[in-house]
Design a protein around this ligand. Structure first.
Ligand code: CAA
Length: 380
């Protein structure tokens, strides 16, 4: 497969790169150190179309495709994976669910334009203390009462929950039906009984807040049911197919930035009278990093192209997520090594990239889960 980008895709990549230099790179290290959510970036990101990918034009989307989404997310993650996470949460995990599954079309009409504009953020509430890899083990319940559902339960590790207005919540409506008893709901900020916990203290991705979400007798209109009762698990899995392309793109950004920094540093750093890049041992490390990066890029673009073609892409997105995130871990760790003592300090961003890369192997389905998905797909 040969990726000849269209003029539009290249323009979007260039726009994302300019945006990063102007708005994101100047604050990237500070927001990581202070664990500060970059609120000031959100509206400008919306204005620059960074939340519009694959969303319909009738709601303010630009019609930009998944390939463009990969290119833009990668550019953003080269400076700040936390910013790229905001994009993923909007473009992959939340707004598309409202567009595709809200039966009451006034819901996406009211919320999606604001999500695209960066005026409202969304979060995807699937994971629970007892439902991590086994997402079907939902303990959160939703009970129909007249024209409403009453939702009770708690979620953990929910990205951007404190800043969100739109909560996509998965809950059990019929436990006797197991995985087919899970349903998806829209719960909006301000709903009595909806609350968020304090941000987790994490190894990295510090500016992207990850929190518990509490639902205590949250009453939502029956029209907030997304899809039909019992469709929730499929909605979650289909959504994660897209989300995993976003995670692969974040990994690509971290890997690319780490390789670029390593190339620059090893050419500048003089030891034993010559740049360390003149040593074959260093060259072999750089060659392995560059090769893995390129393979990860191809898998990620292939998954995005499959998604854009309208064909099923579960296999391709899991392969992209698995390979790109492990490549990112390898490349960022080697980058720290190549920067020597400086690599272990905050003088260079590579130590942050290594900390951020680790979570890409874990969230939106651990890489062990990706291997299960891939094996099931190839075994049939
Ligand atoms: N698309 C559509 N349907 C799918 C699907 C997909 N990708 N994957 C599974 N399904 C369907 C199956 O076809 C099946 O339906 P039928 O019985 O009608 O055929 C149904 O869903 C159940 O599928 P499985 O039997 O395969 O389900 P399982 O219980 O064995 O689980 C799993 C499969 C892949 C392990 C899944 O549980 C999984 O992906 N786990 C990881 C969850 C995950 O990624 N969590 C992270 C969430 S991120 C988050 O919450 C925090 C945040 O802020 C980002």
């Amino acid at each position: 497969m040969d990726f000849q980008f269209t003029e539009e895709q290249l323009l979007i990549k260039e726009m994302a790169r300019d945006f990063v230099e102007q708005h994101i790179r100047p604050i990237a290290a500070e927001i990581d150190e202070t664990h500060r959510f970059p609120s000031e970036s959100v509206l400008p990101m919306g204005e620059h179309g960074l939340f519009s990918f694959t969303l319909p034009e009738e709601y303010g989307g630009t019609g930009a495709d998944s390939i463009s989404y990969v290119l833009a997310t990668t550019e953003v993650a080269k400076a700040s994976a936390a910013h790229a996470m905001i994009m993923g949460s909007q473009c992959s995990l939340t707004a598309p669910i409202l567009v595709k599954y809200a039966k009451d079309k006034s819901i996406p009409e009211r919320l999606v334009p604001d999500m695209i504009a960066g005026k409202k953020l969304g979060c995807f509430c699937l994971t629970e203390p007892g439902a991590g890899c086994d997402a079907s083990a939902q303990a959160t319940t939703a009970v129909r009462k007249g024209d409403s559902y009453v939702i009770n339960g708690s979620k953990i590790f929910i990205t951007n929950a404190p800043q969100s207005d739109v909560f996509i919540v998965f809950a059990m409506t019929d436990k006797s039906r197991g995985v087919k008893g899970i349903s998806a709901f829209l719960v909006e900020k301000g709903t009595p009984g909806l609350g968020t916990g304090a941000p987790e203290q994490k190894m990295g991705m510090n500016a992207s807040h990850t929190c518990e979400v509490f639902l205590n007798d949250c009453v939502v209109p029956a029209g907030n049911l997304l899809g039909e009762e019992g469709m929730g698990f499929k909605i979650a899995m289909q959504t994660l197919d897209s989300g995993r392309i976003g995670v692969a793109s974040i990994a690509l950004g971290l890997a690319e930035a780490s390789l670029d920094s390593s190339i620059r540093y090893t050419k500048e750093r003089i030891q034993f009278g010559k740049p360390i890049s003149a040593n074959q041992g260093i060259q072999w490390m750089l060659a392995d990093m560059a090769t893995r990066l390129e393979a990860a890029r191809m898998l990620t673009l292939r998954a995005a192209a499959k998604k854009d073609s309208g064909e099923p892409f579960t296999l391709e997105s899991s392969m992209a997520k698995l390979y790109a995130t492990e490549a990112a871990m390898y490349i960022t760790e080697k980058a720290v090594q190549l920067h020597g003592g400086m690599g272990y300090t905050k003088t260079y961003a590579v130590e942050r990239f290594m900390r951020e890369a680790k979570v890409t192997e874990i969230f939106e389905g651990t890489n062990e889960i990706q291997r299960i998905v891939i094996a099931r797909q190839i075994l049939g």
